[in-house]
Design a protein around this ligand. Structure first.
Ligand SMILES: [Zn+2]
Length: 77
């Protein structure tokens, strides 16, 4: 058995809940405890939280589909 010390790249696709854009989120798996990281949808700025080993990188695979142009707005009131 050979052990690899190469970090493993974890990639998953996610559809933005707000604008419908398809996002590819990639992160590196390391031998440590996962932490919570935030990332934002590049199309509408809605933020998400994931459990990961390193700060995630986000790439847009397909643009937003909601027809809106404004950013996601948190309900603050
Ligand atoms: Zn979005």
């Amino acid at each position: 058995m050979s052990q690899t010390s190469q970090p493993e790249l974890l990639t998953f696709e996610k559809a933005c809940e707000y604008c419908g854009a398809r996002l590819e989120v990639s992160s590196v798996a390391m031998h440590s405890e996962p932490r919570h990281y935030h990332f934002v949808c590049p199309q509408c700025s809605k933020d998400y939280e994931i459990s990961s080993f390193a700060p995630p990188r986000v790439r847009v695979l397909a643009g937003r589909t909601d027809g809106r142009t404004g950013p996601y707005q948190q309900t603050m009131f």
